[in-house]
Design a protein around this ligand. Structure first.
Ligand code: AMP
Length: 112
C-alpha cells in the first residue's frame, strides 16, 4: 500500500466508495466522475502501476483484473449492449491515479 495513493486508501476502507464488485484480488467501484451511464473502475488490491513494467510475476494479477471486468459487466447488466475496457497509462494518456485500473464503460453512452 502506498500512503499517497487514493485507490490504496479506498481498498483499505479509509475512503468510501460505491462498490460494484469485490473478490480476493480486485475491488470495483463506480467512478466518481462518470463518462458513461455505467462507469466502473476495476482496481487490483496490490498497488502496481505501469503495464510496460509487468512481467511473469504479474500475470495472475493482470488476469484477475480482466476477470473482475467480466463480473462488473454481468453485475451492471451491460454484457448484451456492449462495453469498453480502457487502461490509461501515463499523464499523456490522461492518467490521473497511478495505481493500475481498468475503466469499464457502457450502458448506452460509451465515450470514444
Ligand atoms: P485515470 O485518469 O485513468 O487515472 O482514472 C482515474 C479515475 O479515477 C478518474 O476517472 C476519476 O474520476 C476516478 N476517481 C478519482 N477519485 C475517485 C474516487 N474517490 N472514487 C471514485 N473514482 C475516483
Amino acid at each position: 500500500m502506498s500512503d499517497d495513493c487514493i485507490f490504496c486508501k479506498i481498498i483499505a476502507g479509509d475512503i468510501p466508495c460505491s462498490k460494484v464488485y469485490e473478490d480476493d484480488h480486485v475491488l470495483a467501484f463506480n467512478d466518481i466522475n462518470p463518462k458513461a451511464r455505467i462507469h466502473v473502475l476495476v482496481v487490483p488490491k496490490t498497488c502496481f502501476d505501469r503495464l510496460h513494467e509487468a512481467g511473469d510475476t504479474h500475470v495472475g494479477m493482470l488476469g484477475r483484473i480482466l476477470v473482475g471486468v467480466g463480473r462488473v459487466a454481468e453485475t451492471t447488466g451491460i454484457t448484451g449492449s456492449g462495453y469498453r475496457v480502457q487502461f490509461n497509462q501515463g499523464r499523456g494518456a490522461g492518467q490521473e491515479v497511478f495505481h493500475l485500473h481498468a475503466h469499464v464503460t457502457g450502458g448506452g453512452s460509451v465515450p470514444t
